[in-house]
Design a protein around this ligand. Structure first.
Ligand SMILES: [Zn+2]
Length: 289
């Protein structure tokens, strides 16, 4: 049962990416080609990063205490279209349902926290509020700015938007200006790589480093921020991927999709869950008591 729960949402994410974007369909992950071996003068190569300065996993508390902190993952929030595929419907919410979910969290005493709140709890014991929840958005669709961002502001909720940098400014994707506006309103921008590849399938360390670290540097340069959160595309990763995310200086990593429980020893493999697309399932996952 556990493995089934793990696999289905990951596959769903795969299908949604392929089904909902002409870029992915038409060019066969055309973003990938642009991502290879692009290094900037101000960007250290993988080999140049000192091993003594890197943050190691051993710095993290070894506690395996489980805390209930669901990390919601939203992809598409927009009005439904008659020709939406089944794959899109699996992960898409209308703006009305998204508003209803946020209102429900607000009224039932849930508290929206950030990845850094969770990290601070694990690293230094900073207390979390009751019934904490993290809200995140993936893939940088412009609809998120149009339909989700106003609702988040309405409830004074802060969310993390994971963008893959090759998409920024492209048709249907968030622009740098929109990212800046969301930052100014208290949202967090995290990296979702450069080209949204299956990171665990990349064998060239320089290419992997550019996906993980290059995307971080680019976001930091454009937005003037520290980018501390990484979300693995498709929720797919392996030990090498995680080690590189640590080495790149991220403070946490959002992993695969199967649980709402978090432990300190998985700070770079945090469990996430695709947001329920109906209120019926949402209420089941977030009981009001
Ligand atoms: Zn994604």
């Amino acid at each position: 049962m556990i493995s089934r729960e793990r696999i289905i949402p990951i596959l769903a994410t795969f299908f949604i990416i392929n089904a909902s974007s002409a870029f992915f369909i038409g060019s066969g992950f055309g973003f990938t080609a642009q991502a290879k071996n692009i290094f900037h003068k101000d960007q250290a190569s993988y080999a140049e990063v000192s091993t003594t300065s890197e943050q190691t996993l051993s710095n993290i508390a070894s506690s395996t205490e489980k805390i209930d902190l669901p990390i919601l993952v939203y992809h598409i929030v927009r009005p439904s279209y008659p020709d939406d595929s089944e794959a899109v419907r699996t992960l898409a919410l209308t703006p009305e349902i998204f508003d209803a979910e946020m209102m429900y969290l607000d009224k039932t005493g849930h508290h929206i926290v950030s990845f850094s709140d969770l990290e601070n709890y694990f690293r230094s014991g900073t207390l979390l509020p009751d019934k904490p929840v993290i809200i995140s958005f993936d893939d940088g669709w412009s609809d998120q700015f149009k339909y989700s961002f106003p609702t988040l502001k309405k409830y004074n909720f802060k969310a993390t938007f994971f963008v893959f940098t090759n998409s920024i400014g492209r048709h249907d994707f968030l622009t740098w200006e929109e990212l800046q506006e969301m930052l100014d309103a208290g949202m967090t921008i995290g990296s979702h790589s450069r080209s949204h590849p299956y990171l665990a399938n990349i064998t060239d360390p320089d290419t992997l480093w550019d996906e993980i670290y290059g995307s971080k540097v680019l976001l930091e340069k454009h937005l003037g921020i520290h980018v501390n959160e990484f979300a693995y595309p498709f929720g797919q990763y392996n030990a090498d991927t995680v080690a590189m995310v640590v080495k790149a200086g991220y403070r946490s990593g959002r992993g695969d999709f199967y649980s709402g429980k978090q432990t300190a020893d998985r700070l770079y493999e945090l469990s996430a869950m695709n947001a329920p697309t109906t209120m019926e399932f949402f209420v089941m996952r977030f009981p009001s008591r």
